[in-house]
Design a protein around this ligand. Structure first.
Ligand code: SF4
Length: 342
């Protein structure tokens, strides 16, 4: 009851999937404008800092603060890799399992909705903006398989979609919802202006799994892992040049000083680390079955990317299992290298 004896109406409450990009922040602002209480969930995967916001993920906390809403971050690690190995709904143009991925994200939002007693979920999805996961069929599959039918409101595109429970029950006025669809950013920029959003962030470019070159590496890692790759394996995919030496062994060669440092931090006990002994050259990590033949091949590649002369044998330092030795090899041949590059 309020002070004047009137019964206070309970404010509707929503959980937002927030990415740090423009679309989800606009969806939240639309809800706040309607008097809805909003809390946000941000998802981090091994391939994407937050949701689909490549390059903008780091802004998610900043955006939540700017809008003035609570934020919970959920990290998907091994369970994400397990899904990625064999996604029920397949991959997009790269190794992006968007439908299964969104289902996991919806699942996290659902859990938070139930925990906080929220009425529904909102997302910044725009109909037909992304080919794999943002069409009517995909959105329907994602909702029905997560038990969220009628519970997910996409404020930016709501007028193009069937009414959700929140609209049917009058918690939300459908006439105030958006009618944006497609890949143009005009509607979002107009809304950003309406909300006085200064310097709206660029359109999200998709996660690493939509990158063709990176996808090739992920596919190779999945094919050659006994079960699933480790998080460390995935981190290693993000740096260096990668070469598939055998079914059981691969070599990663640093491309610059920063990458060399990242790679050294990722070295595991079973790895072999190689570096040219007398010349400037990259850090190389041989991961997998490292018999003498694989080590000799890895050493020749390490030498190829060093300043060592290309027409002579030179020494390579080989560190493995706490001991160190040197071997002399000739640099690898460029043409052959391209044939084993991942
Ligand atoms: S692009 Fe697809 S796979 Fe990547 S985070 Fe977005 S929904 Fe998930």
């Amino acid at each position: 009851m309020s002070q004047d004896g009137q019964k206070e109406e309970k404010k509707p409450k929503a959980v937002a999937l927030l990415s740090g990009g423009l679309d989800s922040s606009l969806a939240v602002r639309m809800m706040l404008e309607q008097g809805v209480d909003v809390e946000a969930v941000a998802i981090k995967t091994p391939f994407c800092d937050f949701d689909c916001g490549k390059g903008c993920g780091h802004r998610v906390k900043e955006v939540a603060d700017e809008i003035g809403i609570k934020l919970k971050t959920v990290y998907f690690g091994e369970e994400y890799l397990r899904m990625l190995k064999d996604p029920k709904h397949g991959y997009g143009s790269g190794m992006n399992p968007c439908i299964d991925c969104r289902q996991m994200m919806y699942g996290a939002a659902k859990e938070h909705m139930e925990k906080t007693g929220a009425d529904f979920i909102i997302t910044g999805e725009v109909l037909f903006q992304r080919p794999m996961s943002q069409n009517n069929r995909a959105l329907h599959i994602i909702e029905s398989e997560t038990g969220l039918e009628g519970k997910v409101l996409r404020p930016l595109s709501a007028k193009h979609m069937p009414p959700t429970d929140a609209e049917k029950s009058g918690l939300i006025k459908r006439e105030n919802m958006g009618d944006i669809k497609g890949r143009s950013r005009k509607g979002q920029l107009a809304l950003a202006k309406h909300f006085g959003v200064q310097e709206p962030p660029n359109a999200a470019g998709g996660c690493l799994l939509t990158d063709p070159a990176f996808s090739k590496r992920v596919e190779d890692a999945m094919q050659h892992a006994q079960d699933i790759p480790s998080i460390n394996d995935i981190e290693l995919l993000k740096v260096g040049r990668h070469f598939r030496l055998t079914g059981d062994a691969k070599l990663v060669v640093g491309r610059n000083k920063d990458e060399n440092e990242v790679m050294l931090a990722l070295v595991e006990d079973a790895d072999v680390v190689l570096e040219a002994k007398d010349y400037v050259g990259p850090v190389c990590i041989l991961r997998g079955k490292s018999d003498d033949s694989a080590i000799a091949t890895a050493a020749s590649i390490a030498l190829r990317y060093s300043d060592a002369p290309k027409d002579a044998r030179s020494k390579v330092r080989v560190r493995a299992g706490g001991s160190e030795r040197e071997i002399a090899v000739a640099p690898a041949d460029n043409g052959w290298l391209e044939s084993i590059r991942i």
